[in-house]
Design a protein around this ligand. Structure first.
Ligand code: NAI
Length: 296
C-alpha cells in the first residue's frame, strides 16, 4: 500500500505539544499542513515552537536555511475548520476525552472529502469507540506519535474493529515515508507502549509514596542501571501530568479497574496544583529559571 502523496493536505487539530510536533513532521515530509486549535494563542505558540525547532536544526548544521523556510511556509494557521475542507488526512491531537474526540470526528466527517482519512493521536482511548458514531467508521485509525514527535521514531498504527485494513496500511506507509518506525497494534487500552509503560510509572510513584527514594534518585538509577534515556519522573514531567493522569485513568477504567493500572494520588495532587511538568514550569522538578537542580 502506498503512502499518501506529499501533495495531500494534512489537517492537524490541537496545536499543543503533540499537534505542533505532528504538524512539523508532516510539513517536513512535504505536505501542506493546516494547524487548528480552539485557542488562537495555542496555534501561534505551536507555529512559533516549530520555528524554534527548525532554527535549532539549522544552527546545528542539520538543515539548510532554505529548507527551514520551506517547511515553515507549508504550515498554515486556521482558525475555522472550514478553511481546511480539502484535507486528505486529518490528525487530531486534542484533549484526551472520548466524547470530545467523537464529536470532533463527526464534524470532520461532514466537512472533509468522503475519501479523507481520519486519524487520532490518542494515547489510550478506544479507536473502535471513537469511530462508532461515524457514517464511515472504516476510515478512522489511530496514528499515535510519541513526544517529542519530530524526534521520536515510533508511531503506533492502531486499528479499531471497523478500521479498513487498507487505511491502516496507508497510515503505516505514510508514517514510514515521514521517516518514522511504524508498528501495527489493535485498539486495546493503551495500545502497546502506554500499556507496558503504565506499571513503570505506577511503581515509581509507589516508591515515592513509600518514601523509599526521591524522584532524582529513581531517575538516576533507571538511567544508569537500565540504560533508559530518562527515568520515570523526568518522563512524566515531559509528557505532562494532566495528559499522563488522564491516560492512567482511561487505561485503569478500560481494564475494569485492574489494580495494576491504578492511578496515583500523587499524580492527582500535581494536576490539582497545576504542576503539569515541563509545560507549566513545575512538576516533580522545578524548571523555573535559576531553580536548584535536584541531586540524585
Ligand atoms: P496539550 O494539552 O499540549 O494540547 C492539546 C491542545 O488541544 C490544546 O492546545 C487545546 O487548546 C486543544 N484543544 C482541546 N480541545 C480542542 C478541540 N475540541 N478542538 C480543537 N482544539 C482543542 O496536549 P498534548 O500533550 O499535545 O496531547 C494531545 C493528545 O495527544 C491527547 O490525546 C494525548 O493523549 C495524546 N498524546 C500525548 C502525548 C504526550 O506525551 N503529551 C504523547 C502521545 C499522545
Amino acid at each position: 500500500m502506498a503512502a499518501l502523496n506529499p501533495q495531500t493536505s494534512v489537517l492537524v487539530i490541537g496545536a499543543g505539544a503533540m499537534g505542533a510536533g505532528i504538524a512539523h513532521v508532516a510539513a517536513a515530509a512535504g505536505h501542506p499542513v493546516y494547524l487548528y486549535d480552539t485557542r488562537a494563542e495555542a496555534i501561534e505558540r505551536g507555529i512559533a515552537g516549530i520555528g524554534k525547532d527548525l532554527a535549532f536544526l539549522v544552527s546545528k548544521g542539520r538543515m539548510e536555511e532554505a529548507e527551514r523556510a520551506a517547511v515553515l511556509g507549508r504550515v498554515s494557521a486556521v482558525t475555522d475548520l472550514a478553511q481546511a475542507a480539502d484535507a486528505g488526512l486529518a490528525i487530531e491531537a486534542i484533549v484526551e476525552n472520548l466524547e470530545v474526540k467523537q464529536s470532533l470526528f463527526k464534524q470532520l466527517e461532514a466537512l472533509l472529502p468522503t475519501d479523507a482519512i481520519l486519524a487520532s493521536n490518542t494515547s489510550s482511548l478506544s479507536i473502535t469507540a471513537m469511530a462508532a458514531a461515524l457514517a464511515r467508521p472504516e476510515r478512522l485509525g489511530g496514528l499515535h506519535f510519541f513526544n517529542p514527535a519530530p524526534r521520536m521514531k515510533l508511531v503506533e498504527i492502531v486499528s479499531g474493529l471497523a478500521t479498513d485494513p487498507a487505511i491502516a496500511e496507508t497510515l503505516y506507509a505514510t508514517a514510514k515515508a515521514w521517516g518514522k518506525v511504524p508498528v501495527h497494534a489493535k485498539s486495546t487500552p493503551g495500545f502497546i507502549v502506554n500499556r507496558v509503560a503504565r506499571p513503570f510509572y505506577a511503581e515509581a510513584l509507589r516508591v515515592l509514596a513509600e518514601r523509599a527514594a526521591e524522584p532524582a534518585t529513581v531517575d538516576a538509577a533507571l538511567r544508569e542501571g537500565c540504560n533508559f534515556p530518562m527515568g520515570p519522573f523526568e518522563l512524566m514531567d515531559l509528557i505532562g501530568h494532566d495528559v499522563n493522569f488522564a491516560v492512567t485513568n482511561s487505561v485503569f477504567d478500560a481494564y475494569f479497574g485492574d489494580r495494576r493500572f491504578a492511578p496515583s494520588l500523587i499524580q492527582q495532587e500535581l494536576v490539582a496544583a497545576g504542576r503539569l511538568g515541563r509545560k507549566s514550569g513545575h512538576g516533580f522538578y522545578n524548571y523555573a529559571e535559576g531553580a536548584a537542580k535536584p541531586q540524585a
